[in-house]
Design a protein around this ligand. Structure first.
Ligand code: CTP
Ligand code: ZN
Length: 154
């Protein structure tokens, strides 16, 4: 075994989020509300070499599967991430994250004057103009949200 390679244990049951855009693993962990005090094995790798991209992050979580809203939030920051569901040490499902064309619920418009931020009963709504780099266009005011605007809310 090469001395330059660090081997990280496989997990028995849970989720491996792989091919996360380099540097975003801690954002993913925050999105999932993981504190580290759950008495479950969590493995976080940041800026490791990748064949597909130059650098990638990986988050492995024992005993946990993700809901669609969590997957959409991850997709906003890491559009090339893959979600691997592990059962009995085997990858039973592999899914590339995907954003819907229209985003509702998970982010607010960064324009304070937008009607979706008023007292009117208007729910934020965005069109995904681009995934990488992330560009979300507000349905109401046309404001273009970038990754940094989204990160401020997560
Ligand atoms: N993995 C794990 N525990 C398991 C099985 C897999 O932690 N019991 C991890 C692997 O280390 C890898 C990811 O889950 O980071 C996906 O596993 P696999 O599909 O076997 O790897 P690749 O073929 O390299 O995946 P891809 O083609 O998506 O790059
Ligand atoms: Zn707006």
């Amino acid at each position: 075994m090469s001395e330059t390679v660090l081997h990280v244990s496989k997990i028995r049951q849970g989720t491996v989020i792989d091919h996360i855009t380099g540097g975003h693993a801690l954002d993913v962990v925050r999105i999932l509300g993981i504190t580290g005090r759950e008495s479950k094995v969590i493995t976080i790798a940041i800026n490791v070499p990748s064949k597909l991209f130059k650098r990638k992050d990986i988050v492995k979580i024992e005993g946990r599967e993700l809901n669609p809203q969590e997957v959409h939030k991850i997709a906003l920051l890491a559009p090339h991430a893959t979600i691997n569901i592990i059962r009995d040490f085997k990858v039973v499902e592999k899914q590339r994250v995907k954003l819907p064309k229209v985003i509702e619920d998970i982010v607010k418009c960064a324009n304070p004057a937008c009607i979706s931020n008023s007292n009117e009963p208007v729910q934020a709504r965005f069109y995904v103009e681009s995934e990488d780099p992330l560009l979300l266009k507000c349905h109401y005011c046309g404001y273009i949200m970038e990754k940094k605007d989204v990160l401020q809310q997560f």
